[in-house]
Write a protein that binds this ligand. Structure first.
Ligand SMILES: C[S@@+](CC[C@H](N)C(=O)[O-])C[C@H]1O[C@@H](n2cnc3c(N)ncnc32)[C@H](O)[C@@H]1O
Length: 262
């Protein structure tokens, strides 16, 4: 899928059932997400992410500006305001950005949203951000823009800033026929769930660890930690789990990378 098509798809998904296209819990299909529960899941997820950093001795020393790339309705952006002075949510879908602005008006002093349909973050100056977060987003962006965004996260970080993002690093459906069969069934279920029949798709894309390392180093950053995660599960609902060893989630190996800018 081309980059522009993938952006259009997300606008379609947002118009169709925005909150559910973000967290595809079966029981919430048809605009059944209660906004309170939806935003609560963001708080739980961001708190879990911060706890993972703390427990693994990753110091987040700068707390000025955080970006939430692929912010959707601002589920995680809102929760980030408890940890950073200023938060900017960035999304390519106009409808998502509208929903995010309306749903988070109470925090407008510290939280803003930016529509960015471009395949880069050129609206942000280099070294202007303390923390960049992106969960369940890069997996839906085609290559090479997906990798380009990883490079952009590191470019915009100030010295000692942290980028924490998740991406699938391996498609295990290609490995064995049993795994292929298992994930075929689950992926069909997911595609049916997300309204593929209505003409909008949620493609999955992987990036390899080597690709990530190369662009991170080129932007003067380093991979400080990485964790396997459950974020490619079809009904992922913000209940973030990390594992020390490779763990298959719906045919993919999902990983969180923690990058520090030198
Ligand atoms: C599964 S949702 C996740 C939303 C949010 N990260 C969360 O966890 O609540 C994926 C989001 O990425 C956005 N997105 C997709 N492609 C994008 C792109 N190229 N640039 C910015 N956002 C994008 C979609 O519009 C959608 O809001």
């Amino acid at each position: 899928m081309k980059y522009k098509t993938s952006v259009k798809n997300w606008e379609g998904l947002a118009q169709n059932d925005a909150l559910w296209s973000i967290l595809t819990d079966k029981s919430k299909k048809g605009e059944k997400w209660n906004p309170e529960d939806f935003f609560k899941s963001g708080q739980t997820e961001v708190d879990a992410a911060m706890d993972i950093l703390l427990k693994n001795n990753v110091e987040v020393s700068k707390k000025d500006v955080a970006i939430d790339f692929g912010c959707g309705a601002g589920r995680l952006s809102r929760a980030l305001t408890n940890h950073f002075d200023k938060v900017i949510g960035v999304d390519a879908s106009e409808t998502m950005v509208d929903i995010a602005r309306k749903g988070n008006e109470d925090l407008k002093e510290s939280l803003s949203f930016e529509l960015n349909e471009k395949g880069d973050l050129s609206f942000l100056p280099s070294k202007s951000v303390s923390f960049a977060l992106s969960f369940i987003v890069l997996q839906h962006i085609p290559f090479p823009q997906s990798l380009g965004f990883v490079s952009e996260f590191v470019r915009v970080l100030e010295k000692d800033g942290i980028a924490m993002f998740q991406v699938p690093v391996l498609d295990v459906r290609k490995l064995s026929s049993w795994q292929r069969f298992k994930s075929f069934v689950r992926i069909k279920e997911r595609l049916a769930l997300i309204g593929i029949g209505k003409g909008f798709q949620m493609d999955m894309h992987i990036l390899t660890e080597d690709q990530i390392k190369e662009v991170v180093v080129a932007q003067n950053g380093r991979i400080e930690k990485s964790f396997f995660s459950n974020q490619t599960l079809p009904d992922y609902n913000g209940d973030l789990k990390v594992y020390p060893t490779e763990t298959e989630a719906c045919g993919y190996i999902s990983k969180i990378f923690v990058i520090r800018k030198n």
